[in-house]
Each structure stands twice: as structure tokens, then as C-alpha cells.
Design a protein around this ligand. Structure first.
Ligand code: MRU
Length: 346
């Protein structure tokens, strides 16, 4: 299956598909410095937890790629500076911090190598982070297919597809794999206010791939569930805490409560890069608040009164009691989550 590429690495440059302009305009913007990557993540030119991690890996490399010959201490000082800067881009997705840590640790392990070798191997490490996500997504999809059947309809929220990671995506992986097997899995996509990842990205990538997708406004999810149209909910995640609480796009918790009310299984698609056992519970996950313009404006036009008070949290936490299973690349995790997450990731 051919997937839309959210980033391409070529000639020491990260070409980023500008997701702010999708689906109307397909435009790749070149990023040549760690600062460029920081802005792309912060301004959501690219987004989605795994993709943020992938971009951060390249950002770390771009931050040191022009360094001349120097001692290891100065090299590490620069790596750490770039890491601290990139870490401020967005606070919720654990993939960002994991990629920065991984690149910093790799540089530390290369202590004995000359600068040119360090740089070459750090570029390869960033490429490796990207390649590993493809494998992870495939394994998540395979694990999901043991829970789903041909002809089922799932509901998803936000975008956890090829535009949020690479290739199969996480929540979309079973849908794409099912299609490759000749199954038909239909999807209802919540539009996902305020940034509209569902309408602009999920509906776009699934329809481009020939998947049967129906777009609904967020407040229609309860209605379609009550009509018996949904067999399962599958969403991605930005961070899984040690007790099984998960953070995902704002609105996910409401969908989970609805699914519980209508007795519909609620599944989390979680790459191991998103599981953070150092975060004890959902209460410990930092929740990003974004610019109020995302709520008061619609494509550059004001839709709310001037001076109105606005609250715009970008994520919410779904309590583990609302989750049927967390499907990872390392296996399917059922309650009790605390114990079972520890068995795999502890
Ligand atoms: O604000 P975003 O678009 O970065 O939020 C994305 C999500 O919430 C996704 O569901 C999550 O990152 C998982 S992507 C595989």
C-alpha cells in the first residue's frame, strides 16, 4: 500500500508536509536547522506523537551537523542545548522527550569517535527512529486484527494515521492491513475540534487509500453509537501512564465515556515509544494549552465575540477504567493495567 509521506529526509534536510494546509494544498517545506524543526513541531506543521519524535530525532542531528572539529564535552554541550530547546516545542507526547534522550545518549556512547563519525552515526540514528516506527505500526495492526472481524465499523478521534507517524499509522494500522487482506473495515472519523485533525487529515488519508470513511462532527458520536453503527472505538495516544491512564487529543475522554455507556469496546493503539512508565498516572501528564485563536477563529475569520474568555486544552486524560485494552507492538494489554504494563515495560 502507498502512503502519504508526512516527512522526507534528503540531503541533510527534513522536508515537512505542511499539515496546516491539508487537504487543500500539498506543500513540503524544507527544515535545515534544529530551530526550524522546533517551529514546525510547535506550530503543528507536523503533529502526532510518533511523528513529533521522528522530527525531533532529525532536529537533534541538524543541531550539530555543522559543527567543526571539537572535543567531546563541547559536542555534548551543543547536543544538550538543542535537546533543551526542542523539548519546549510541545509538552504532552512522550515521543518528543524519548527521541531527544535517545539521540543524546547515542552521542554520549560515541565519546571515543571523531566528530565526523559522531555526526554520520547520529544521522543514521535519526533514520533508525523513523524506520522503527514503521515496524511498530505493523505489529500494532497485526495485534489489532486478532480483535476485529471483516465487516466491522470503528470510530476514531483525531488523526493517528500515516500523517501522525509513518506508513500504517497506529489507530489506522488495522484498517489498512485489513484492506490489504481483502477485508472491509468501515471508519467513522470525528472531525476533532478545534484543529480538525479528523476532518482535514483522517478523512483525507483514509479516503485517498480507498477506505470507506464517514466524517461526523464530534457531538454526533453519541448518536451514531446509539444507532448501533459502531462496533469498536480505536484511538491513538500521546502518552500512556504506568497505571494505564492515557492522554490523547481533547475529546477522547468524552468518546470513552460514550463507548462505556453504549457497551462498545474502547481500544488504545499505543506504540511502545508512547508508553512512559515514569509517569505514574494520568494526573502526572502535562497537558498542553494552545492559542485561544484556535477556538475563536475559523480559517482566519473571527467566529466568537472579541474579548471572550477561552480555555483551549489540546489533550485530555482517559481514565484506565474506561479502556478495554491497550494494543501495543509488544502485545495486547488488558486490565489490571498497572500489573500488566509493568510485565511488558517495567
Ligand atoms: O495535537 P496533535 O494533532 O499532535 O494530537 C495528535 C493526537 O492526539 C494523536 O491521537 C496521537 O498523537 C497519536 S498519533 C499516532
Amino acid at each position: 500500500m502507498e502512503f502519504i509521506k508526512p516527512v522526507e529526509w534528503k540531503d541533510n534536510t527534513l522536508y515537512v508536509l505542511n499539515q496546516l494546509k491539508l487537504p487543500m494544498i500539498t506543500e513540503y517545506n524544507p527544515k535545515q536547522t534544529a530551530e526550524d524543526v522546533f517551529h514546525a513541531i510547535r506550530d503543528m506543521e507536523l503533529r502526532g506523537a510518533p511523528l513529533i519524535g521522528i522530527a525531533a530525532g532529525y532536529g537533534m542531528y541538524l543541531g550539530i551537523k555543522d559543527m567543526g572539529d571539537t572535543d567531546h564535552e563541547s559536542f555534548m554541550k551543543k547536543m544538550k542545548q538543542k535537546g533543551e530547546m526542542l523539548a519546549k516545542a510541545r509538552p504532552t507526547a512522550s515521543n518528543l522527550f524519548r527521541a531527544i534522550e535517545r539521540m543524546t545518549q547515542r552521542a554520549e556512547d560515541l565519546k571515543a569517535e571523531p566528530v565526523e563519525t559522531k555526526k554520520r552515526l547520529l544521522e543514521l540514528e535519526a533514520i533508525k527512529i523513523q524506520r522503527e516506527e514503521v515496524e511498530i505500526n505493523l505489529r500494532i495492526g497485526e495485534n489489532f486484527l486478532t480483535l476485529l472481524k471483516d465487516g466491522m465499523t470503528i470510530l476514531t478521534h483525531c488523526n493517528a494515521g500515516c500523517l501522525a507517524t509513518v506508513d500504517y499509522g497506529t489507530a489506522t494500522s488495522p484498517v489498512y492491513l485489513a484492506k490489504e487482506r481483502g477485508w472491509n473495515i468501515r471508519v467513522y472519523a470525528d472531525e476533532t475540534r478545534p484543529y480538525l485533525q479528523g476532518a482535514r487529515l483522517t478523512a483525507y488519508e483514509l479516503s485517498m487509500a480507498g477506505i470507506d470513511v464517514t466524517l461526523i462532527c464530534d457531538n454526533m458520536a453519541g448518536m451514531v453509537m446509539s444507532q448501533g453503527k459502531i462496533d469498536a472505538v480505536i484511538v491513538g495516544t500521546d502518552r500512556v501512564a504506568a497505571n494505564g491512564d492515557i492522554a490523547n487529543k481533547i475529546g477522547t475522554m468524552s468518546v470513552a465515556i460514550l463507548a462505556s455507556h453504549f457497551n462498545i469496546p474502547f481500544y488504545i493503539a499505543a506504540p511502545s515509544t508512547t508508553v512512559d512508565i515514569n509517569t505514574r498516572t494520568g494526573r502526572d501528564i502535562p497537558i498542553e494549552e494552545r492559542n485561544t485563536d484556535e477556538v475563536t477563529n475559523w480559517y482566519g475569520r473571527r467566529i466568537a465575540p472579541e474579548e471572550i474568555k477561552v480555555y483551549n486544552p489540546a489533550f485530555d486524560v482517559t481514565h484506565h477504567e474506561l479502556i478495554t485494552a491497550i494494543v501495543t507492538d509488544k502485545g495486547i494489554i488488558y486490565p489490571p493495567f498497572c500489573e500488566n504494563i509493568k510485565k511488558i515495560f517495567g
